[in-house]
Design a protein around this ligand. Structure first.
Ligand SMILES: *Cc1c(COP(=O)(O)O)cnc(C)c1O
Length: 219
């Protein structure tokens, strides 16, 4: 199947309240243009520099999502144009995003990444640390960032029950935080291998790469 056929398939299958982020990391601009020409406008990258280069080359009516771990010294390169940063995991990073957003006279929407997988390698905050951040005066002083929801990645496993439990856990945290944060609207969970389980458990945003663009070749 071609990229545009895969996108058409997703668009016919997905519930209306679920946003599809087309994850284009490692893929050439020609692949992104095929998705663009099929009408797609929401793209996700996991490296700031690669996203910035693609932003330069692509039409300007695209929403660019940073889905990967962000180093503070890279924030300035995406601050002029990024539309959502998915994987914020500290107040220090949030302060940097706020500073660069302010320089660009804009506000940047962010998600807090919560660690839900059991693997050690996955980034993310604990529920308690996220709660503390949201309640802190330091955070409330930041006028150029908005936290609009949460993001999480399930364990890489064939055990669907485990994946489902991890997503349920994230959804429960999301619903709890939403009670006191009326800006909470986005729950980013689900990738090519587990998006159906994520949607069953309340995802509003899935990040899909290989199921649209084919396997990545890291060379
Ligand atoms: C690469 C990536 C994805 C997409 O992965 P696929 O399995 O190709 O769909 C989703 N989220 C994050 C954070 C990623 O880095």
């Amino acid at each position: 199947m071609t990229i545009s056929e895969n996108l058409a398939q997703f668009n016919s299958e997905l519930p209306k309240n679920v946003t599809l982020v087309a994850v284009t990391k490692t893929k050439p601009v020609s692949d992104l243009m095929e998705a663009y020409n099929a009408g797609h406008r929401v793209f996700g990258e996991n490296k700031v520099q690669e996203m910035e280069e693609k932003w330069q080359e692509m039409p300007k009516d695209i929403q660019w999502h940073m889905i990967g771990h962000v180093q503070r010294n890279k924030v300035k390169y995406m601050a002029p144009f990024v539309s959502l940063i998915h994987a914020v995991d500290s107040l220090r990073l949030l302060k940097e995003i706020n500073k660069e957003a302010k320089k660009n006279e804009r506000s940047i929407a962010c998600l807090l990444q919560i660690k839900i997988a059991e693997e050690e390698s996955k980034f993310g905050m604990s529920r308690a640390d996220a709660r503390q951040l949201l309640d802190s005066d330091d955070f409330k002083k930041l006028k150029n960032v908005q936290i609009v929801g949460l993001m999480g990645m399930a364990t890489f496993t064939d055990d669907e029950k485990q994946i489902s439990e991890e997503f349920q856990n994230l959804k429960e945290i999301f619903d709890d935080f939403k009670k006191t944060n009326n800006q909470f609207t986005v729950l980013s969970m689900g990738m090519s291998g587990d998006y159906q389980i994520a949607i069953k458990n309340g995802s509003t945003m899935i990040r899909v790469g290989s199921a649209i663009f084919g396997d990545r070749n890291y060379g």
